[in-house]
Design a protein around this ligand. Structure first.
Ligand code: 2AM
Ligand code: CA
Ligand code: CA
Ligand code: CA
Length: 266
């Protein structure tokens, strides 16, 4: 499959950072780890991977701005373009030796995500999407799952962690969704959860709160795989209000409805 020059740049950065993560994953006990806040870990592996992505993208597209998890905002001369980067999504998994983590890179043009790459080095799975060009895993075209009955679905979620301002209703939501679906998975890497929705491995996903770097690439993958993504209100405010709900058209709608239920159903 011929990839665009833009996707090639992103893939190269993601895979180079991924190789660095793989090396560090093999010696995870030797990594220096610090806390940014309660249960909010960052390691040398996160920083090294971010340095690689930053260097690669800066070299390939001088002037583009950045929003990166560890560096924060890096302004560029070009105010039309901004990279949104999570160098290691799934740090907690990584530090526990669980091979469910990824590099996530998205490009925004005039405030719209136009390209996304998610790379899981442990599985050597590379997810790519460009606006209007479809979504792929390695070279295979992706399509969201077709299941239309919530009772047949496996739904991913992320749970509140220590120290994060919980929105308070999570256990009510979880109970409601549990009562209607075939299974729930909590994988610990939001970017991969979204990639798995695009790939049809998960039928849907919801989490709140998440940051733009967790979801920017995954949102585009799902749309390009024929799926639907919104915030918990059914609107396109995912970056602002930080919530996300995803699935095929039917499951997305059904999840939104279930999440709104005030009390647990029977
Ligand atoms: P991270 O590994 O890049 O930090 C899982 O629920 C998602 O939440 C992951 O994508 C993870 O991204 C993020 N996450 C995990 N712990 C977090 C914390 N303490 N604060 C903010 N985000 C966190
Ligand atoms: Ca983090
Ligand atoms: Ca993340
Ligand atoms: Ca991260």
């Amino acid at each position: 499959m011929a990839r665009s020059a833009l996707l090639n740049v992103m893939v190269q950065a993601a895979m180079k950072a991924g190789r660095s993560l793989s090396r560090d994953f093999g010696e995870v006990q030797n990594l220096q780890v610090s806390l940014k806040g309660p249960a909010d870990f960052v390691s040398q592996a996160d920083r090294k991977a971010e340095d690689i992505v930053f260097a690669e993208l800066s070299r390939a597209r001088p002037g583009y701005g950045f929003l990166m998890e560890e560096r924060g905002v890096v302004a560029g001369d070009d105010d039309q373009h901004r990279w949104i980067v999570d160098p290691l999504d799934g740090t907690t998994n990584f530090l526990h030796g669980l091979p469910i983590f990824a590099v996530s890179i998205a490009l925004e043009r005039q405030g719209q995500v136009v390209a996304g790459v998610i790379y899981n080095p442990a599985m050597d799975e590379l997810y790519t999407a460009e606006r209007g060009g479809g979504a792929f895993m390695n070279d295979r075209r992706l399509r969201v799952a077709a299941r239309s009955k919530l009772s047949d679905t496996v739904i991913g979620t992320g749970m509140p962690h220590l120290g994060l301002g919980h929105h308070g209703n999570y256990l009510v939501e979880l109970r409601n969704v549990m009562g209607e679906v075939a299974g729930i998975r909590r994988l610990g890497s939001a970017s991969l959860d979204l990639a798995y929705v695009a790939a049809g491995r998960l039928d849907g996903f919801w989490e709140d709160p998440l940051s733009p770097w967790d979801i920017a690439a995954g949102m585009l993958l799902i749309r390009e795989a024929g799926g639907f993504v919104s915030d918990r209100h059914g609107e396109q405010g995912m970056f602002d209000n930080r919530s996300i709900v995803a699935g095929n058209e039917t499951i997305h709608r059904a999840l939104l409805k279930t999440l709104k239920k005030p009390v647990a159903g029977r």
